[in-house]
Design a protein around this ligand. Structure first.
Ligand SMILES: [Fe+2]
Ligand SMILES: [Fe+2]
Length: 130
C-alpha cells in the first residue's frame, strides 16, 4: 500500500507544480517500498534522487513565486534550504552507518512534504492564481 496518496487538497492550482509534488510523493513511496522489501543498500540512492528532484522543484517553485508579490518568499526559500540541509545530514549518517532508522527518515520526509505543501505552498496559491 502506498505510504502517501495524492488528494485534491494538495493542489496548488498549477499543473506543473502539482506534477512535481506528485513525483516527490512517488519517490517517498518508493523509499517506503524499498524499506518493506528489505533493501537498505538502495536507500541512499533514493535519497540522492530525492535531493536532486527537490532541488529542481524548489528552484522552479521559487522562480514562479518570486514575481507574484507573495510577501513570505524569502522565508519560504529558507524552509527549502533547511530541509535540504537536514536531508543531506541524514544521507551522510546513512552512509557512515549512523543510527538512522529508515522508517524515521521516511516518516520525516512524508510529514515534511505534506505539511509544507498544505501550510506553506498553499500560502502562495492565491498569488499564483491571481
Ligand atoms: Fe513545493
Ligand atoms: Fe515550497
Amino acid at each position: 500500500m502506498a505510504f502517501l496518496s495524492w488528494h485534491e487538497r494538495f493542489s496548488v492550482g498549477h499543473a506543473e507544480l502539482d506534477q512535481q509534488h506528485r513525483r516527490l510523493f512517488e519517490l517517498v513511496n518508493h523509499f517506503d517500498d524499498v524499506i518493506q522489501m528489505g533493501m537498505p543498500e538502495e536507500l541512499p540512492h533514493i535519497v540522492d534522487d530525492l535531493i536532486r528532484l527537490s532541488e529542481a522543484h524548489f528552484r522552479f517553485e521559487m522562480g514562479l513565486i518570486l514575481d507574484t508579490g507573495f510577501p513570505r518568499v524569502v522565508e519560504h526559500g529558507k524552509m527549502h534550504e533547511e530541509l535540504l540541509d537536514q536531508v543531506r545530514v541524514m544521507r551522510r549518517s546513512m552512509m557512515v552507518g549512523g543510527h538512522v532508522s529508515p522508517k524515521a527518515v521516511v516518516r520525516f520526509l512524508a510529514d515534511w512534504l505534506t505539511s509544507h505543501i498544505l501550510r506553506e505552498d498553499m500560502e502562495y496559491k492565491p498569488f499564483l492564481t491571481a
